[in-house]
Design a protein around this ligand. Structure first.
Ligand SMILES: Cc1cc2nc3c(=O)[nH]c(=O)nc-3n(C[C@H](O)[C@H](O)[C@H](O)COP(=O)(O)OP(=O)(O)OC[C@H]3O[C@@H](n4cnc5c(N)ncnc54)[C@H](O)[C@@H]3O)c2cc1C
Length: 300
């Protein structure tokens, strides 16, 4: 039996930016079988997790997407951990801490899903998701289910094999390090304290770092040096404590964000001849101005 999507689903409140419009069809699989069935029946459908690194257009998206938020099973067996794509990073970090396993402490402070973190090779506080990964079960629109070892995943700064081959992450398997719970907890507390000083909390809607760090440089420092912290457009502004974050008030739109990103990009390009690349993803396509801006910003 076909699995029914939500129709004309207003996605705004599911995004960490609190920006977005209506999506034609949104599927919410609850387990791996449902997920695989949806992927088989809707080839090349787009998949998202916790929408903490994605700007969704206020004008919405004409098409189908999957959200993995209900795919949240995980299991721990000795030092091995298996997590479905939709498991939230902070929850998994706490669960493995309770089991006395170290290696995922970095996940405590930001709201990604395991699928999104594998796709982006998420990292923080000197740890990356790839560090303790054994393998990933993926879905390829051409080959169906495949399992890749960590070595085969082609992890690099904010990228993985998923990006070059349109692979969907279904499940990830880790082998973690047994450690004293109190030490793991202390590391997580330290990570949270660091974050409070350097990144906006989700009470100020945001999408994480806007641009990737150029090789050997820091996007935040470059942006700061060109006065980006003074910039704002409509309902969004550059965060006053770190120039690589955009925060939104209740009225911020996706066009505001893209216009502001363009101003930030242009200032750095004009001063240093460096073209910053977006770290965030964009889901849209219905608005001409937004498409123009995204095309300038996203050269790939
Ligand atoms: C306050 C804040 C702080 C942050 N700090 C950090 C940080 O320190 N380090 C860091 O790395 N990131 C950080 N981020 C960014 C973000 O949380 C990560 O990039 C995270 O990995 C995104 O996960 P997600 O599930 O929200 O992805 P989404 O935004 O849902 O998707 C992001 C991309 O991943 C793809 N994707 C999602 N799920 C799957 C799947 N199952 N299979 C294939 N592709 C998939 C989507 O198609 C999209 O291209 C931060 C974000 C916020 C809001």
């Amino acid at each position: 039996m076909a699995i029914s999507p939500e129709i004309d689903f207003d996605i705004k409140n599911l995004t960490s930016f609190k920006i977005g419009g209506k999506i034609n069809e949104v599927f919410f699989p609850e387990n791996l079988n449902e997920f695989e069935q949806i992927l088989n029946e809707n080839k090349n459908i787009k998949v998202f997790g916790n929408l903490s690194n994605t700007l969704v257009s206020t004008h919405g998206f004409d098409g189908k997407i999957v959200l993995t938020t209900k795919m949240n099973s995980s299991s721990i067996d000795g030092d091995k951990v298996i997590a479905d794509a939709g498991v939230k990073g902070p929850k998994l970090a706490q669960d493995v801490c309770e089991a006395g396993l170290s290696g995922l402490e970095f996940m405590i402070g930001f709201p990604g899903s395991i699928g999104g973190e594998v796709f982006m090779n998420a990292s923080a506080n000197n740890q990356a998701i790839s560090d303790y990964l054994l393998g990933v079960t993926c879905y390829s629109p051409i080959h169906g289910l495949l399992r890749y070892s960590k070595a085969e995943m082609a992890f690099d700064y904010r990228t993985s094999r998923c990006q070059s081959e349109d692979l969907i992450v279904l499940q990830a398997e880790f082998q973690l390090l047994p450690k004293d719970k109190s030490q793991i907890k202390a590391q997580m507390d330290e990570n949270l304290t660091f974050r409070k000083l350097h990144q906006p909390s989700l009470a100020l809607p945001n999408c994480g770092s806007i641009f990737k760090n150029p090789p050997g440089n820091s996007a935040g420092r470059l942006l700061d040096s060109v006065g980006a912290k003074e910039l704002s457009v409509g309902g969004v502004r550059v965060w006053e404590n770190h120039a690589n974050f955009i925060v939104s008030n209740d009225n911020g739109t996706s066009t505001d964000v893209l216009e502001l990103m363009y101003l930030m990009y242009k200032k750095v390009k004009d001063r240093y001849n460096i073209e910053l690349e977006p770290e965030i993803r964009f889901l849209g396509g219905k608005d001409k101005r937004e498409n123009e801006l995204w095309q300038i910003l996203n050269k790939k």
